[in-house]
Design a binder for this molecule. Structure first.
Ligand code: 26Q
Length: 810
């Protein structure tokens, strides 16, 4: 059925009536959104059902992407795009006097992720469906996503993200598919008919209810599933018996209910210093156990023998957060399906694969044995046995090299190391950019690489060009199609063909105008929201990402203060006007990060209110960075700030989104920035700073001496003193911790060390931007070369090299 404008109009009016008994005139924007989105979900329902049916009937291997985070954002626009009815819908609504953009405002972002890792999972789902890969997401249906950020007096304030308050149109609750997840209790081994069995008793049972969201492929018939689990008490369907003796009394019953529901209550913010919180371990086991149980149940419907599971199922774990899948799958295969250890372990290894997203040691997950053992007694036994057998194997190989054996063991120093578990219990470990994978192999995981070289591989991250170009920047997408045809939409590497037009003055002019119009529109929104006038003809310089010391928002803001000082000294200084945008959430417990936000806002206030610099620079901190804000700011960027300390950013994915929208990157040689440079060439990116090797060399030798630079570099000295002497209009004590970090504690992330090189790089940006045609050529080449960073490309490599025997579109 082809959906035309008139059908949509008719269906929508009907839907408003059936849902709210309202006509278009009286319905609120929210009601219109709810009715329209429900209609769109109906449009995909049949294909969803048919995809599911096909998946249980045919021979195709199913991929399950396990992730604690799915940073989906909004779905209305991307669903319309993927269904191929965006234009028709826009027109239908328009004829009814409704602006689709306004309806979209009523949709809440699904912010079920912290940043890169969660957004990567969302891009991968979009790519799998679009490539017709049978691939599904498995995660947690958090009642509250990542907190909403408000800036009050320059400080970050966190507000609960009540994203479900108006309901969630996209999900389907499947009560009949609920499963039981067991916590605590005790396990007794008993021998029955000569076989060792494990009886688990006195556990607390939690009901896991799946809520499914359709993942619609781009203009095909595939609709995959994102299954998110909600934690509930069993009594919910009957009503909890608050007088029950089972709980002792009323208040105990209330406590019980809320302790069960707390499991899927809230997403944990990514912290600089992670702690082993028991609730987080509960979350991990909860969704992993529910997910695997449901996979096995579906698998059995296919009438395949359990020992062929690895032929038909792949489970991918997004970082170590779901690494408990290893012992959980072992448990099910042995205790519930009756397989022996060796066979179960072989299957488990073949099924599971793991992506590492970080090299920073403090971010590696570990669980104290006592917590783990008490919460998951049977799982702990299995982990112990995997560890025991692994150590036996190591002893044969490394004899008495206890240092090595200890560092590779799953259990050591009273802790369970989840990365080791994931590597040992799976067949593949991948990094997310070439440099990152090399660092894993040569340093962080060198011992494992030596033992299992065949398990290690690289899969450079990607982003879905459908959301990040077609949807976020429709005018640019249109220009591209008018220039090279529309093959690139299905085959993004074809964007390469744009390179021919990079010097074409007509093309450049159109590109310039598209960016300028995006900027004009956004500048108006900024003025409305923040009351700050932004010049759309200034260079939009954007750093949008989580706030972390290693990402070095500090380097950016110190440079801004330095520019400001220059302008104060010489008001006639000839610089191209620039607007510096920041957008970043800091983890609520990350004190330094929050101080950096205050610093950006403080310097921003000073700069923005100083008439004497005649609007040559402005600083805007955009509140509450999230997917829907990224979609607005990225298409406006002229300059993309990717300035992490080399070796620290595993890949980055924002860098790819900016590039795809025609921004020029100012970058350190870190993560995927290196691959971006290799694609666009040295002349189409501005790089600076220490290399990863240089950074790691300094680190080996205890760092560098930042105080020396503080005393020697007048530019740095001036800014740091201004920060701590009240010059920016806040008490002199306000930024003492930033001062300590940079000057007294030796500047862990090499901010001062890279400062000079960053200043020169920024001067180069200024120099290049003055040559309009040269600059537009750079933008064009960045767009042309961005096809390689489509997540379609990445996913095809996962399918071929990690998951194996996966059927795809082509
Ligand atoms: C762990 C324990 C307790 C609480 C929170 C966490 C936690 C949550 C989220 C730890 C890490 C994360 C997220 C990490 C992340 O987003 N990493 C980024 O992954 C991207 C996708 O691969 C990369 O591009 C980035 O370079 C990397 O920083």
């Amino acid at each position: 059925m082809k959906l035309d404008k008139d059908t949509i109009k008719k269906d929508f009016s009907r839907k408003l009536i059936t849902m709210f008994s309202e006509d278009i005139q009286e319905a609120s924007n929210l009601h219109k959104y709810l009715a329209f989105a429900s209609l769109i979900k109906e449009y995909c329902a049949e294909n969803w059902m048919m995809s599911n049916k096909a998946y249980t009937k045919d021979e195709k291997k199913q991929v399950y992407y396990f992730s604690m985070e799915f940073l989906i954002g909004k779905l209305l626009r991307s669903n319309l795009l993927n269904l191929g009815i965006e234009k028709e819908s826009e027109e239908a609504l328009k004829e009814l006097g409704i602006d689709l953009n306004e309806l979209e405002e009523s949709e809440m972002d699904a912010g079920l992720g912290n940043g890169g890792l969660g957004r990567l999972a969302a891009c991968f789902l979009d790519s799998m469906a679009s490539l017709e890969i049978p691939g599904h997401g498995c995660g947690i249906r958090y009642k509250y996503g990542l907190f909403e950020q408000k800036i009050v007096n320059g400080y970050q304030v966190e507000i609960p993200d009540n994203w479900l308050k108006e309901g969630n149109v996209w999900e389907t609750r499947k009560d009949d598919k609920a499963v039981v997840v067991k916590f605590g209790g005790n396990v007794t081994p008993v021998t029955i008919n000569g076989r060792l069995n494990f009886i688990h008793e006195n556990y607390r049972a939690v009901k896991a209810v799946p809520c499914d969201t359709p993942i619609i492929g781009y203009k095909n018939k595939t609709v995959n599933t994102l299954r998110l689990w909600s934690a509930e008490t069993f009594e919910k369907d009957k009503e909890l018996d608050f007088s029950s003796f089972k709980y002792g009394n009323y208040s105990k019953a209330v406590e019980y209910k809320s302790s069960v529901e707390s499991i899927s209550q809230v997403l944990y913010p990514d912290d600089s210093q992670i702690e082993g919180k028991i609730l987080r371990l509960k979350q991990q086991y909860f969704f992993v156990s529910a997910g695997i149980q449901s996979i096995i149940r579906t698998y059995k419907k296919r009438n395949k023998p359990i020992n062929e599971l690895d032929k038909y199922v792949a489970i991918h774990i997004n970082d170590t957060h779901p690494a408990i899948a290893v012992p959980e799958l072992m448990r099910i295969l042995m205790d519930e399906e009756g397989l022996g250890w060796d066979e179960a372990f072989e299957i488990t290894k073949n099924v599971i694969s793991y992506t590492n997203h970080t090299i920073m040691a403090e971010a590696l997950e570990k669980w104290p044995i006592n917590i783990f053992k008490e919460l998951l007694p049977r799982i702990y036994m299995i982990v112990e046995e995997i560890n025991r057998r692994f150590i036996e194997e190591l002893k044969l190989k490394y004899h008495e090299d206890w240092n090595k054996i200890n560092s590779m063991a799953i259990i050591s120093s009273g802790q369970i190391k989840m990365a080791n578990l994931a590597i040992i219990g799976g067949h593949s470990v991948n990094g997310v950019a070439k440099l990152h994978t090399e660092i894993l192999k040569k340093r962080e995981l060198a011992n494992f690489y030596e033992l299992y070289p065949e398990r290690f591989n690289n899969k450079t991250n990607g982003i879905t060009h459908r959301r990040w170009l077609l949807q976020a920047n429709p005018k640019l997408a249109e220009l591209i199609t008018n220039t090279i045809g529309n093959d690139w939409v299905r085959n993004p590497i074809k964007l390469d063909e744009l390179e021919k037009y990079a010097k074409d003055s007509g093309f450049q002019e159109e590109l310039y105008n598209i960016k300028r119009n995006n900027k004009i529109k956004f500048a108006k929104e900024v003025e409305n929201k923040y009351g700050i006038v932004v010049n759309p003809d200034s260079v939009f310089d954007v750093q949008a990402k989580r706030l972390h010391a290693y990402k070095r928002q500090l380097l950016n803001v110190i440079h801004i203060a330095y520019l400001y000082n220059n302008l104060k000294e010489n008001p006639n200084l000839d610089i191209i006007p620039r607007t510096f945008f920041f957008a970043a959430k800091a983890s609520p417990s990350y004190y330094l990060a929050k101080e950096i936000i205050k610093l950006i806002n403080t310097i921003g206030d000073k700069v923005n209110n100083d008439k004497s610099i005649r609007d040559k620079i402005k600083v805007i901190f955009l509140e509450n960075y999230r997917v829907s804000l990224a979609e607005k700011i990225i298409p406006c960027a002229d300059v993309s700030e990717q300035i992490s300390t080399a070796s620290k950013e595993a890949s980055g994915t924002g860098n790819m989104k900016f590039m795809m929208n025609g921004a020029v990157t100012i970058a350190t040689l870190d993560g995927a920035n290196i691959e971006i440079r290799d694609r666009v060439g040295e002349e189409n990116i501005v790089t600076f700073g220490l290399t990863a090797e240089e950074v790691m060399n300094y680190e080996k030798n205890g760092g560098y001496w930042s105080k020396e630079l503080y005393y020697k570099d007048r530019r740095i000295h001036t800014v740091i003193d201004q920060m701590t002497n009240g010059y920016f209009g806040v008490p002199s004590s306000e930024f003492k911790d930033i001062y300590n970090h940079l000057v007294e504690q030796n500047d862990e992330y090499f901010v001062f060390k890279d400062f000079d090189s960053y200043v020169k790089a920024q001067e180069k940006i200024d120099f290049l931007y003055r040559q309009r045609s040269k600059w537009m050529e750079m933008c064009a080449i960045n767009i042309a070369k961005s096809g390689a960073f489509s997540s379609d490309n990445t996913i095809l490599q996962y399918a071929k090299e990690i998951w194996h025997n996966i059927s795809t579109r082509d």
